[in-house]
Design a protein around this ligand. Structure first.
Ligand SMILES: C[S@@+](CC[C@H](N)C(=O)[O-])C[C@H]1O[C@@H](n2cnc3c(N)ncnc32)[C@H](O)[C@@H]1O
Length: 159
C-alpha cells in the first residue's frame, strides 16, 4: 500500500447539473451544457496563457460518489467490467477527468461548454488539451466497440 496523499482543490465547478442520473456521461454527449470553473484566487496566476487553448482537461474529485468498487456496471452496458476499464465515478480515489471546450476566460473564471460534471465539484487540476500529444493510431476501445454511436448518444446524453 502506498502512502496517503493530501490534495487541496484549486477551484470549483459551477454547472447546471444537480442530478447525477440526468447528467451526460461524457463531454461528447454534453453539447450546450455550459458553466464555469472558478479557480481560487491564489491559483489564478497559473491560468496565464490558458485562453490560447480551445479545450482543457479538468481533473476533479467525484465528491458525490458513494461507492468504491473494483467491478462496476458502466452506464452504457448492463455487464460488469473492471472499474479501470470504465469511467465510472465509484472508483478508488474518485478522480474524474473531462476534456471541455474553453469558451473564454475572465480573470479567475473559465467559461466552459460540454460539461458532464455536477455543480459544486472540487477541481484538482487543469491541463491544456494538445492534439499532437493525444493523437493515436490503431486505437482499440474494448467492450465499448459493441455499442453503436446512436445507442451511445441516447444513453450517454441522459437529459
Ligand atoms: C461516467 S462519469 C465520467 C466523467 C469523466 N468524463 C471521466 O471520464 O472521468 C460522468 C458521470 O459522473 C457523475 N458525476 C459527475 N460529477 C460528479 C460528482 N462530483 N460526484 C459524483 N458523481 C458525479 C454524473 O452522473 C455523470 O453522468
Amino acid at each position: 500500500m502506498g502512502k496517503d496523499i493530501i490534495c487541496r482543490p484549486i477551484g470549483i465547478i459551477h454547472s447546471e447539473h444537480r442530478n447525477p442520473g440526468k447528467t451526460p456521461i461524457q463531454p461528447v454527449f454534453a453539447d450546450g451544457c455550459t458553466g464555469r470553473a472558478e479557480i481560487f484566487h491564489n491559483y489564478e496566476k497559473g491560468l496565464q496563457d490558458i485562453e490560447g487553448f480551445s479545450h482543457i482537461l479538468i481533473l476533479y474529485y467525484f465528491h458525490k460518489a458513494t461507492t468504491q468498487k473494483l467491478l462496476v456496471k458502466p452506464f452504457l452496458e448492463n455487464v460488469e467490467h473492471g472499474v479501470f476499464a470504465t469511467c465510472a465515478p465509484g472508483r478508488p480515489n474518485h478522480i474524474g477527468v473531462s476534456v471541455l471546450r474553453l469558451v473564454k476566460r475572465e480573470d479567475n473564471m473559465l467559461f466552459l461548454d460540454n460539461i458532464d460534471i455536477l455543480d459544486g465539484t472540487p477541481i484538482l487540476d487543469i491541463k491544456p488539451h494538445v492534439s499532437r500529444f493525444n493523437k493515436r493510431e490503431s486505437v482499440r476501445s474494448g467492450w465499448q466497440e459493441k455499442i453503436d454511436d446512436q445507442t451511445a448518444y441516447k444513453l450517454g446524453r441522459r437529459m
